[in-house]
Write a protein that binds this ligand. Structure first.
Ligand code: 2M8
Length: 440
């Protein structure tokens, strides 16, 4: 064993320990203190790592999330654990009142969604141990639920009428306080701070690393409005209605995964491949800016692109055959993201006045978006750049532990410690450094 093997073996052992400590019997909490329930896209990233340790547990992670699916097909962004005190997370079940909605599950949930990476995670989980997974009919059970999930997004969320999914709340993007949302959020009147019970601000330095009270006032206002309209989508647009490149790119890849899942489940793969192509085409036609060499979100109130760079604009690199992949790689390597010269990849433009190295999604580098970029680079044959990014993730995790995010300039860890998806994705990088591309 070389010294590096040794370091990696220790890192993998530490990652396994985080995932063990955060497992609560049916699912994994993102963080014991800050996020003590089940989160939608967290569980998908967690399954991508846990499949290497215990594929049955990765299946259970996803199945437990999908058992809270609504009758309309949506997968809620948080599934509340009834065993956890209601005041442990704000806004909790009493705010969302999901039980009032016909077609909501027995367990309390939010009514928002998160980026649709679930079919991709289910497919990779299956591939970790196909024989055992087939014996449990995992994909046969998952297939109709995942179809219903994508159908909800396609049927109820195409507010722009161009074949793309739109989001109704910044929390749906997974990148809550991204600078890309600043301009759109300005039309939302924030609730006063006296109406917010923020539990996320306890702990040293937390206020400097989390969204501001004004942001939170707007998040709660938007969520309350959506709740008060019974979580109904079309027709009509709430104050925040945007098409997001990361969400739509993950949906395209998940449709490809669904093609594989369909074949396993005895259904037709063709329609899913076609839908993946339609999404990829619409992404480029509607959200790509050739001058800026990146994707931008679109504000459906103005119909215009929001020309604010963020890592979400690079995420479509995960889509196989993307015709503008070369442009995205150039942007990633350029001064705005500094790929190869910084730790991981920053969530927001390093050169913008809004850049903040330690404040949540306004600059810090996150393991999930770096992992997506890594997969995208591999997909498009950028092997050296991909490997450098993988190494940066491993070295940074080795130094700062499995923090929620890191300062991209110094590698200093911030946010929650023992963060589940950071551990899971590092484990994936260590166990599966040369993942199979879609074509193979
Ligand atoms: C963060 O979002 C939640 C709300 O969903 C929060 O701030 O309380 C985001 O980083 C999101 O992407 C993530 O899924 C969630 C749990 O890790 O935390």
């Amino acid at each position: 064993m070389t010294a590096l093997d040794d370091v990696h073996a220790r890192l993998a052992a530490d990652a396994r320990e985080v995932l063990r400590a955060n497992w609560v019997g049916r699912y994994t909490v993102p963080s014991r203190r800050l996020y003590p329930h089940q989160w939608s896209w967290d569980s998908a990233f967690i399954a991508l790592g846990v499949r290497h340790l215990d594929p049955a547990r990765a299946e259970q992670e996803l199945e437990s999330l999908l058992s809270a699916q609504w009758a309309d097909g949506r997968i809620p962004h948080i599934v509340f654990d009834p065993a956890i005190a209601p005041e442990a997370y704000f806004p909790g079940p009493a705010f969302w009142r999901s039980a009032d909605i016909v077609g909501s599950p027995d367990v309390a949930t939010t009514g928002l969604v998160q980026p649709p990476i679930h079919a991709w995670a289910a497919w990779e989980t299956f591939r970790a141990d196909p024989d055992r997974s087939r014996a449990r009919a995992f994909l046969v059970r998952m297939y109709p639920k995942l179809v219903a999930w994508h159908a909800y997004l396609t049927r109820c969320r195409d507010a722009g009428g161009r074949g793309l999914v739109s989001l109704v709340h910044p929390w749906e993007s997974g990148m809550d306080n991204s600078p890309a949302w600043d301009e759109v959020l300005r039309r939302v009147q924030p609730l006063p701070v006296t109406e917010l019970s923020r539990h996320d601000l306890t702990g040293a330095g937390a206020a400097q690393e989390r969204p501001t009270d004004v942001d939170y006032g707007r998040y709660i206002r938007l969520a309350a409005d959506y709740r008060d309209q019974g979580y109904r989508d079309l027709p009509g647009r709430g104050a925040f209605t945007v098409e997001d490149p990361l969400t739509n790119a993950l949906l395209a890849v998940s449709e490809l995964a669904l093609a594989g899942i369909a074949t396993e489940a005895g259904a037709e793969a063709g329609p899913h491949r076609m839908r993946a192509q339609q999404l990829a085409r619409a992404l480029v036609e509607v959200l790509f800016d050739p001058q800026a060499r990146t994707f931008f979100p679109r504000d459906l109130h103005t119909g215009a692109l929001v020309r604010v760079y963020s890592v979400a604009g690079l995420a479509p690199l995960v889509v196989p055959g993307l015709p503008v992949a070369g442009d995205l790689v150039k942007t990633a390597l350029g001064e705005r993201f500094g790929l190869g010269t910084v730790h991981l990849v920053p969530s927001a433009d390093l050169t913008a006045p809004t850049f903040e190295a330690s404040r949540y999604w306004r600059g810090p580098a996150w393991y999930n978006t770096a992992w997506l970029l890594w997969r995208g680079l591999l997909e498009h044959g950028e092997l050296d750049t991909a490997e450098a990014l993988r190494r940066s993730m491993l070295v940074t995790a080795g130094r700062s532990g499995f923090r929620e995010y890191v300062d991209p300039l110094t590698g200093r860890g911030a946010g929650a410690t023992q963060f589940s998806w950071s551990a899971a994705l590092v484990l994936d990088l260590l166990t599966d450094p040369h993942p199979r591309a879609w074509q193979r």
